[in-house]
Design a protein around this ligand. Sequence first.
Ligand code: SAH
Ligand code: MG
Length: 214
Amino acid sequence: MVSNEVNQYIEKIIPARSEQVLKIEQYAKLHNVPIMELTGMETLLSYVRLKKPKRILEVGTAIGYSAIRMALACQTAEIISIERDEERYNIAKENVESFHLENRITLLFGDANELQKQVENYAPYDFIFIDAAKGQYQNFFDHYSSMLSPDGIIVTDNVLFRGYVAEESGLESRRLRSLVKKIRSFNEYIMQHPDYQSSILPVGDGMMVSIRNS
Ligand code: SAH
Ligand code: MG
């Protein structure tokens, strides 16, 4: 991971967002909604701009911040995004409507482990962004990677989990150790996967970029 100083430096020179976007960032901060860190967000947007996906699947909407930012960064993209927390889903709906993006962002309410049928209706996806419960990444990958188009991209957030994945010992709770084990195993699985070329970027909380062989 980059140091705090470096991270702050990068954040300082990232161009200002619109008032409307800032409002969502402030809401998230105030209510402890774990939206993407700014440096991670900008990096994700670079990939979206390069790829210009027609259809994006997002696992983990929260209040719609990353979905809205991706939609603004790529005017031709349609986004399907899944959220299981009802309150967040409702706020996401309001936010999407306030940007008049409801024609390009479809929000699905429910557990991503149970929505394969609905998500399939909009497939294929040329970009999948996984940003939900870290312990379930393998499940999400198993449910949705078959809906990725050839040469599609999967970006997975939080794969370095505050650097814990690199720690040999000292992880206090059993729950933390078990979570770290799952993330490591997912990371190794993807890095070795014959159908993808992957790299891990130490921005934000760690981001895996996997490009499917065409
Ligand atoms: N991508 C968002 C942040 C998502 S935070 C942004 O950057 O703006 C992760 C979200 O995933 C949380 O709101 C959580 O409720 C949701 N989530 C976790 N596990 C999930 C699951 N199995 N199905 C659907 N949503 C899930
Ligand atoms: Mg995240």
